[in-house]
Design a protein around this ligand. Structure first.
Ligand code: UDX
Length: 440
């Protein structure tokens, strides 16, 4: 099939690459000239394991190409909309201007009544009601819209695209339009469907809600266990053991119960806020009131980490030197969007301490977006002469670190384990004061 993917940021670049790899001829469109030029050389504009060789291979075999020119999508069978929906500057709602701009440019280049069957596929995470609004715009051109949310996680984006847990189609009410959209999308995903990946067909609203509901549930799970960590701290319990024990119950499950400094990244925080904002607009803000608590618990964990540091240092942060290990919002990523690690480092600095950060992948990005931060080129440089070390992203190199290898570098042997990813015994045996989050 011939496919266009409009918007080749994180989601779009991965989707375009993976669709090319399963045999489609793909054109990726973006307004950013640098991004287009770089992708055309086979280099991703962000770090994602596994992506680069697949991108390169498909650029070389000619199945994948990137352009700024929207007119090049004209003979495609499917048009995937994958542009961002960031949080608006003055509130919590999703900013729809990029999606709306794509709709207008598509309408400008696509024929008014196509002789072939084509469809527009929404992938971006949007406020419920968007697909219906878009369908109205495309109806005049006789083009069906289908909502097909993605659930990809950074660090697993290729796997999550080619072997997702499920595929969701939000189809139009019009039966003929729904048939056209379903047939085209089934052909596009034939490889995935042959691998027996479950498919859920539903209406527009449900498909849009699936995405935000899934993210809201995941965020709630994390904040739940973080709330428990306050109680284990207060009572001398251990939140890791607690999570393990409750997680053996299949109805609860073990995943997403890692307590620590909370969730960040480009999706969970912004998506739950946009969801609350949309519920308010619909007159049902009360139904999602609990998400305010989920968000608040998440932010409080950041402050708790700073409090633990202050306490460990005898009540004063001013004049202290803190080595911060980690900046990315999670390991195996160079993404620092809404990263708890970056936020905490800022809070510590604000309290008067000097902070030196080291991250195996996100140092360059941090330097670009926060040029005022001091970034070390090695872990050793970050912790040298530190009064305390904070581990804020659970990179494997930090988990594997032999504490005695840095014991003589630091000023005081204090470690704050913001991700509960270190072995307390190992650090204590090496003469360190170990402080976890809700963990003895
Ligand atoms: C998330 C969803 O998982 C994905 O399905 C959706 O499509 C996009 O948003 P991602 O942002 O890549 O994916 O990160 P994820 O692995 O979900 O982690 C989000 C944040 O939660 C990270 O900051 C992580 O450190 C934190 N987290 C995760 C916890 O604090 N505890 C956990 O138990 C799990």
């Amino acid at each position: 099939m011939k496919i266009s993917v409009i918007g080749v940021g994180y989601l779009g670049a991965v989707h375009a690459t993976c669709m090319a790899d399963i045999g489609h001829s793909v054109i990726g469109v973006d307004t950013d000239a640098d991004k287009v030029a770089r992708l055309n050389t086979g280099k991703p504009t962000f770090y994602e394991p596994e992506l680069e060789p697949i991108l390169k291979r498909n650029i070389e075999n000619g199945r994948l190409r990137f352009t700024q020119d929207m007119t090049e999508v004209v003979d495609c069978d499917l048009h995937f909309i994958a542009v961002g929906t960031p949080q608006v500057a003055d509130g919590n709602a999703a900013d729809m201007r990029y999606v709306d701009a794509v709709v207008e440019s598509l309408l400008a280049v696509l024929p008014a009544q196509s002789e072939r069957s084509i469809a527009v596929v929404g992938k971006s995470t949007v406020p419920v009601g968007t697909a219906a609004r878009l369908q109205e715009r495309f109806a005049g051109h006789g083009i069906p819209v289908v909502w097909n949310p993605e659930f990809l996680r950074e660090g697993f984006a290729v796997k999550d695209t080619l072997r997702p847990d499920r595929i969701v189609y939000g189809l139009p009410d019009d039966v003929e339009d729904a048939d056209t959209a379903r047939t085209l999308l089934d052909e596009c995903y034939a490889d995935l469907l042959a691998a027996k990946i479950p498919k859920v067909e539903t209406d527009f609203a449900t498909a849009e809600l699936v995405k935000v509901a899934a993210n809201a549930f995941l965020a709630t799970k994390i904040s739940f266990i973080n709330a428990m960590s306050v109680l284990t701290d207060a009572t001398g319990g251990d939140v890791k053991k607690l999570a393990e024990a409750i997680g053996y119950d299949d109805r609860i499950g073990k995943k997403f119960l890692r307590a620590g400094i909370g969730f960040g990244g480009g999706c969970l925080p912004k998506d739950i806020r946009a969801f609350m904002s949309r519920a308010d607009e619909l007159g049902h803000g009360d139904a999602l009131a609990f998400l305010h608590d989920v968000d608040d618990i998440n932010t409080r964990q950041r402050e708790r980490a700073v409090e633990k540091l202050r306490e460990a240092l005898g009540g004063e942060l001013s004049g202290k030197k803190i080595g911060v290990l980690g900046a990315a919002f999670k390991p195996d990523s160079d993404d620092i969007r809404d990263s708890p690690a970056v936020d905490i480092a800022g809070r510590v600095e604000h309290a008067g301490a000097t902070v030196v950060t080291y991250d195996p992948k996100a140092g360059e990005v941090l330097q670009k977006f926060k040029p005022e931060r001091v970034i070390a080129v090695s872990l050793e440089d970050a912790v040298r002469d530190a009064d305390a070390v904070m581990v804020l992203t659970e990179w494997k190199v930090f988990q594997d670190l032999d504490p005695s290898s840095i014991s003589d570098l630091v000023n005081t042997r204090i470690v704050i384990d913001g991700r509960n990813c270190l072995d307390p015994k190992r650090w204590r045996d090496a003469g360190w004061t170990y402080v976890g989050m809700g963990r003895k």
